[in-house]
Write a protein that binds this ligand. Structure first.
Ligand SMILES: C[S@@+](CC[C@H](N)C(=O)[O-])C[C@H]1O[C@@H](n2cnc3c(N)ncnc32)[C@H](O)[C@@H]1O
Ligand code: SF4
Length: 408
């Protein structure tokens, strides 16, 4: 089970990109995303494109993934070169999932090694892998560090066993400080992910999780409000009355509490759901997305973006592999964004980050609404004096509504 894909236009079989990708290419960075669509078990709330044993029946896909990922990397090399784009070393790379650490560590190392051989890395490039706290051993982290990974992001979600159970997470809470400790000793930067608002979660339980995450002293913390995705097991349980979702007021209280505790502990917000121990520890990869830079997404269902052209791969690993074996693009469809859509996306992405949206990137109607948004306490009046739209704490709770106002 995973979400529907957008429809889009047919994608050329040879992966050819339109000439518009060349405009301003020298001023944009290139990042790499590698989607590894395998997990040990599927968590009840998750609708990411991932396959667990119950979906696949055996380990074939997990163990042959590397062959297809390497084939797509070579395909990307050819397409980017033939499109006339300048050679750009990678600004960042991010292995996400699914659970990247579910495939053999040697395979992750080979994929990164090949990406470096093809593209190179910018000096100080950030190279992250996501990991589930119970899918990684110390020696795996050592091998990843030696191969060039600089950062690991652990899916902690909660420190409270009852909440982990509702989320159907399989790890022991004690595994999180253990793996965070290993990563730090080895010299990897560490991020942890939390989810607020699991059914039945109290404010006290959430506080326990936030304080636990802070006590492990990661470099970076992401805290997402649980989204009940249609079609997931959790959505079905809620529909049957097995679980009751937390309401919006409770989610807002959880956000305010987490924000206060993170800031008091020295973690500054830099995107609505992300906090870092210093400016240097902000995720370069996520910032590349929010700054609308170029990235190539490798793997089943992965999305890519080059200067307003977006495409997404077929979701299932079997047709994905077949396309690559046929030396054909694995893209299911693509979209060349028109000016209005690019404008909307630019505002939506830039408004969510602390750096904010320069006022001169807003159209006149949006600019006219900014004094009112500042009066409502939703955007920062001081930043506005400096011609920047930056959300306040209240504004971060209502980010989507602020963006709607700015683009109406
Ligand atoms: C897709 S997971 C990949 C990492 C790894 N598999 C894990 O779960 O630990 C990345 C993050 O997305 C977040 N996430 C996934 N589904 C979510 C949902 N329905 N609502 C909010 N956050 C979600 C979780 O915090 C998770 O750590
Ligand atoms: S481990 Fe991560 S990717 Fe896999 S099902 Fe759970 S949340 Fe989704």
């Amino acid at each position: 089970m995973s979400p529907a894909q957008p429809t889009g236009d047919p994608a050329p079989r040879d992966g050819r990109l339109p000439a518009s990708v060349l405009e301003g290419a020298d001023g944009r960075s290139l990042s790499l995303y590698v989607h590894v669509p395998y997990c040990s078990v599927r968590c009840g709330y998750c609708d990411f494109n991932t396959y667990a044993k119950e979906d696949f029946g055996d380990d074939v896909g997990r163990l042959t993934y590397v062959r297809d990922a390497l084939a797509e990397l070579r395909f990307a090399e050819k397409v980017l070169k033939e499109s006339g784009l300048p050679a750009r070393p990678l600004h960042s790379a991010f292995f996400g999932g699914g659970t990247p650490t579910r495939i053999p560590t040697d395979d992750l190392v080979r994929i990164l090694g090949t990406a470096i051989e093809i593209f190179g890395l910018e000096p100080g490039a950030e190279v992250t892998t996501e990991a589930n706290p119970d899918s990684v051993e110390r020696e795996d982290l050592v091998a990843l560090k030696e191969a060039g990974f600089t950062r690991v992001s652990f899916g902690m979600q909660s420190a409270v066993p009852r909440v982990l159970e509702v989320l159907e997470r399989t790890h022991e809470p004690a595994n999180v400080p253990k793996v965070v400790g290993w990563a730090r000793e080895i010299g990897l930067e560490v991020s942890v992910d939390l989810i607020s608002g699991a059914p039945g979660e109290t404010l006290d339980e959430w506080q326990t999780s936030v304080e636990a995450a802070i006590s492990y002293r990661p470099d970076h913390i992401s805290a997402y409000s649980l989204i009940v995705e249609p079609g997931t097991k959790l959505a079905a349980q809620i529909a049957r009355g097995v679980h009751t979702p937390v309401d919006d007021d409770q989610q807002a209280d959880m956000y305010l509490l987490a924000s206060r505790l993170f800031e008091e502990a020295g973690y500054g917000w830099y995107e609505v759901s992300n906090w870092a121990a210093s400016v240097e520890k902000r995720s370069a990869h996520n910032l590349a997305y929010w700054h609308n830079q170029d990235w190539w997404g490798i793997g089943p269902g992965a999305h890519s973006h080059v200067n307003g052209t977006r495409w997404w791969n077929v979701k299932h690993p079997v047709p994905y592999a077949q396309r690559l074996r046929d030396r054909s693009s694995p893209a299911a469809a693509r979209e060349i964004l028109d000016e209005d859509t690019r404008y909307m996306e630019d505002v939506m992405l830039a408004a969510r980050i602390r750096d904010g949206l320069p006022l001169n990137r807003l159209r006149a109607e949006g600019r006219d609404r900014t004094p009112w948004l500042a009066q409502q306490g939703l955007i920062d009046p001081q930043a506005l004096n400096d011609d920047v739209v930056r959300l306040t704490l209240e504004g971060r709770l209502l980010g989507d509504a602020v963006v709607r106002e700015l683009t109406a």
